[in-house]
Design a protein around this ligand. Structure first.
Ligand code: SAM
Length: 250
């Protein structure tokens, strides 16, 4: 890689880190909103005590410093008052900066002239990463939660990403034309925490029906098999499984 490329890379990382600073200042530490009751309940129902720590906003070093300041803990007390502790489960509703770089630099091909859709764009990290780390012509985020759409609009305006990024405040199940035109569809654990099982099954069937463009790619985390297991969903066609599918392995 030439000096100039390296400089641009570093600069893009810095821009994403500045965006994370801006978002941290607007959001509570747990990065979950009042409007996300179902997601909060589902985290509380997990077998091991679990907290949501957004991987884009808080990397490992940041978490360590918060733990040192006593603002966060990696452990929970198993027997109140005793010294027995166990590690808390952490989940993230965003990709980390490293995961975003991995997707754009190593998972996806050259996106020049392509349309990418992030289903459930939340803080917008996939869109900002796509703007800085790829040549995608258009990056669309579709997000059900209006509060997160406003946050994304704020960042897009501040960092002047408006020429290539658009955010739609909508249920993905109303976006047939967008999905049919998409060259790349990203789905990072979109439905599991946010929809009940009947709605999840319906949404997957809608995706399966509409992600159809010749040569299009679907990137899912976790794998599509894992996402569909336990749901009453008509088996997606071979076309859906084979033509379009990239499953990343974080
Ligand atoms: C795990 S987050 C994904 C975040 C982001 N794509 C990333 O990878 O950093 C899932 C998001 O999907 C949104 N969501 C869930 N169901 C949706 C639907 N049917 N249509 C649009 N957004 C949806 C949720 O509100 C949540 O913000």
């Amino acid at each position: 890689m030439g000096d100039f490329d390296e400089f641009t890379q570093d600069n893009n990382d810095s821009i994403l880190k500045n965006i994370a600073d801006d978002l941290r200042n607007c959001l509570p530490l747990e990065t979950m909103l009042f409007s996300e009751r179902l997601a909060l309940q589902k985290i509380q129902q997990r077998p091991e005590p679990t907290v949501h720590v957004d991987a884009f906003l808080y990397d490992e070093d940041f978490i360590d410093s918060l733990c040192e300041e006593g603002k966060m803990s990696r452990n929970y007390c198993m027997v109140c008052g005793s010294h027995q502790t166990a590690p808390l489960g952490f989940i993230s509703h965003s990709f980390s900066l490293m995961e975003l770089k991995f997707i754009y630099h190593h998972v996806l091909p050259d996106l020049s002239g392509k349309l990418l859709v992030d289903v459930g764009s939340r803080l917008g990290t996939v869109l900002y990463g796509g703007y800085l780390y790829s040549s995608a012509l258009q990056l669309y985020g579709v997000e059900l939660n209006g509060d997160f759409c406003q946050l994304q609009e704020m960042i897009i305006k501040k960092y002047q990403f408006t020429d290539r990024i658009k955010v739609l405040h909508a249920d993905i199940c109303t976006q047939d034309a967008l999905l049919q035109n998409a060259d790349v569809v990203i789905m990072n654990n979109v439905f599991e925490y946010f929809l009940d099982e009947v709605e999840q099954a319906r949404a997957w069937e809608y995706i399966s029906h509409n992600v159809r463009k010749q040569g299009s790619l679907l990137v899912t985390v976790p794998s599509i098999e894992e996402s569909l297991s336990g749901l009453q969903v008509c088996k997606p066609s071979q076309h859906f499984y084979c033509q379009h599918f990239y499953s990343t392995f974080f």
